[in-house]
Ligand binder design. Structure first.
Ligand SMILES: C[S@@+](CC[C@H](N)C(=O)[O-])C[C@H]1O[C@@H](n2cnc3c(N)ncnc32)[C@H](O)[C@@H]1O
Length: 426
């Protein structure tokens, strides 16, 4: 991280918050839209690309202001304590379905809430009041609880899948970071991770969840929710990569989950057919989702159970690896790409598109953006012994498979930390 003593002072940082807040205020006012509020869901316009820079500036400046005016010891005292408490309290609230018991349009007393959730009132009141310090629920009058925008999010099924994953699995994983390194220092194996220690299983992550149909459904939903509202990103990739110029073509979505990405791409490349490959349980689920949600696409889609550790069997013009390789340490990521080689060499111009986060060099993006990527990087290590990679690391990885497979294009959709890297033989 690069710090600049001239710019990173309190007043300059506070001024930058003011300037950006004004930008947001005027943008929303001009459109006659409500200003941001803790209580109500924000207007989608708040997340318009025109406001990306202003929002990013404010968030980063607030992060910096906190560091500037907090006693350094706070980081390891209340700061650290709050992080683990936030997770524990959140897990408690989630476990007892507190958000579900709070009416959407009126208040509820602590007594009524305790009875609806079957929890002891004293603990409930303390947990909920702690949550309120993060703007999850509020107490409009003493003793009465109501929703905020954040607590209402806990009712959304995609958010619930994310909560389950975080509260049930990832939370416990963090506790095993050091023991995992003590036990398996430098391991590149998929089943020698903090996650394996925390869940007491010898199975790699995806094998573990594939045995649990409820978990498969939740994970699919989660992947779908990450993609939700991001349709434009894959559309931009399709446009920038000029996929329409290929005319009638087949895109093979390797590890494509329930096909949510291909369903988005299908809208902008009407001449494309799609093969969505994944584990048997997942493609079964995908077929169901397609028929329920996008029946009009059924003739253009083929869901196929295929293990990407076996040679590729589907003919395609584009092989998309979207958020796949970051789940694997180099040893396995190389194997996955190797399995595509015969298919890539079959026809001139066949493309492999790796869509992943590219780790920015220190200081290249804002602190919070960098923090997000680095958090994801640690998460990949803790569940899979894998990593997020810098651009050079991506190139090196592919060159190890075959130096003739060249990077021909990098498309980074506006405002995204993800990039599509197109490789082909030429
Ligand atoms: C992180 S998700 C990415 C899903 C999707 N490509 C996306 O971008 O949202 C990884 C996917 O790989 C699938 N997967 C894991 N192991 C696999 C294997 N050996 N063969 C095929 N798919 C696998 C998982 O079921 C999951 O759907």
């Amino acid at each position: 991280m690069v710090l600049n003593a001239d710019v990173d002072d309190l007043i300059n940082t506070a001024i930058s918050i003011l300037v950006s807040a004004n930008t947001i205020k005027s943008f929303l006012a001009e459109k006659n839209l409500p200003q941001p509020s803790i209580l109500n869901d924000p207007s989608p316009a708040l997340f318009a690309p025109e406001l990306d820079a202003a929002r990013d500036d404010i968030l980063n400046a607030c992060h910096k202001v906190q560091a500037l005016i907090s006693a350094p010891v706070h980081t390891f005292g209340m700061g650290l304590q709050a992080h683990y408490l936030d997770l524990g309290v959140f897990q408690w609230v989630h476990h007892f379905k507190v958000a579900q018991a709070v009416p959407l349009d009126k208040t509820i007393t602590f007594e009524e809430l305790a009875s609806a959730t079957g929890t002891p009132i004293d603990i409930l009141r303390r947990m909920v009041r702690y949550s309120m310090t993060s703007f999850v629920f509020h107490e409009p009058q003493p003793g009465y609880v109501a929703h905020t925008a954040r607590s209402r999010l806990l009712l959304d099924s995609s958010a619930i899948s994310l909560c389950d994953l975080t509260a049930e699995w990832l939370f416990h994983c963090a506790d095993q970071f050091a023991p995992a390194v003590e036990k398996w220092p430098g391991s590149q194996e998929l089943n020698e991770t903090s996650y394996n220690l925390s869940l007491k299983t010898d199975l790699p992550f995806f094998q573990f969840i594939s045995q649990k149909p409820a978990a498969v459904a939740k994970f699919g939903k989660l992947m779908m929710s990450f993609a939700a509202g991001q349709d434009w990103i894959m559309k931009e990739v399709a446009q920038e990569c000029r996929w329409n110029d290929l005319g009638k073509a087949t895109l093979v979505d390797v590890g494509g989950s329930i096909g949510h990405t291909s369903m988005v791409i299908a809208d902008v490349v009407p001449d494309f057919d799609f093969v969505v490959e994944d584990l048997p349980e997942v493609v079964q689920q995908g077929q169901k989702v397609l028929l329920e949600n996008r029946p009009e696409l059924k003739d253009r889609f083929n869901f196929l159970a295929h293990n990407f550790f076996e040679p590729q069997t589907s003919d395609g013009d584009i092989y998309l690896l979207r958020c796949i390789l970051h789940d694997y340490p180099d040893k396995y990521a190389i194997k996955i790409v190797e399995n595509l080689l015969p298919a890539l060499k079959k026809k001139n111009g066949t493309r492999m598109v790796i869509y992943e986060r590219i780790v920015p060099l220190p200081g290249a993006v804002s602190v919070l953006q960098e923090r997000l990527v680095r958090a994801q990087d640690i998460q990949m290590w803790s569940c899979f012994n894998s990593k997020e990679r810098e651009l050079e690391e991506w190139k090196e990885l592919v060159a190890k498979v075959d130096p003739g497979l060249k990077l021909t294009k990098v498309v980074t959709p506006h405002g995204s930390l993800y990039s599509a890297m197109e490789f082909m033989f030429y």
